[in-house]
Design a protein around this ligand. Sequence first.
Ligand code: NDP
Length: 331
Amino acid sequence: SREIHLASRPDGWPVDGNFRLTEVPVPELQDGQVLVRNTAMSVDPYMRGRMNDVKSYVPPFQLDQPLDGGAVGEVIESRSDAHKPGDTVLHGLGWRDYAVLDGARARTIDTALAPASAYLGALGLTGLTAYAGLTKVAEFKEGDAVFVSGAAGAVGSLVGQIAKALGASRVIGSAGSAKKVERLRELGFDAAFNYHDAPVKDQLQEAAGEQGIDVYFDNVGGDHLEAAISELNKYGRIAMCGAISQYNTTDKPTGPRNLALAIGKELTLRGFIASSYNQYADEFAALMAGWLRDGQVSYDETFVDGLENAPQAFIDLMKGANKGKMVVRLA
Ligand code: NDP
């Protein structure tokens, strides 16, 4: 079996040399364990933080040890009552061909509802991040005007569509290319702009118009966050989901320089971690199944093939190569 190890910690942007493909024997199954042949795995921006040797809400990856993360696959062998060979399961041991884990840590998924890869994205933690961030953290309510950054990405594209499905008066998205902006319009965003074209502040102001915005779902941080603070209406709310503009820079973080506006506008800025909202997973799953069925929400996936290409897929994800969820398919 092959797995990908962290060979060295990236300084700024990760490079291929930070990763190593390694051959390892598949361990004997213990009582209660299952052997899973992984068919797809997730690469996510948060993994970049785990490559640094710093304390965070998830422990850092260890040097010369396999990386891990969301994966789906087929149970090949089982010594657990929870699973039988042939089951399709979701679990946390990606970045390897075969995973051996406790049966209780693998969840059987319903591939009649959606292909397995969807459980890495729209029907998984990505979807819950979008839903909980919008409705619980930013306390979205019908009629709100919403701005979301990273809008063509996995989380962002769902945020915009969920907001529409829940009755947003206006949804604005920003993304990094003309193609992505076009895609946002197809997905039903009322306005969208390419943040490379002109300062975010100017483009957001134009897109928001007189109405302004009530909610900002922040995936990016920096100048996007600063622009949103300027544009938010009184009692506006910000769900601080991510700050990808700062994950790979070695420069001092930028902005927001206008945070004091939050006082007079009585803004709420609230950070969150999706896993703290697991109690809404069932509520979300039921809503999402309905939205997918009715076509109110659709999800994009960008596939890269081969475990050996997972490091590059991860690097490319942070450079914007993906539309929707970046998924690595394993042989
Ligand atoms: P995405 O699918 O959105 O992929 C990342 C995207 O970020 C890229 O496609 C790229 O799109 C964009 N990007 C990269 N650099 C910049 C930049 N400097 N400025 C603006 N955009 C940039 O990933 P996810 O949907 O998985 O994650 C989105 C955000 O949500 C991340 O910040 C992530 O850390 C966060 N997150 C937080 C969670 C939580 O629990 N709090 C859970 C899951 C995700 P483009 O071409 O538009 O630049």
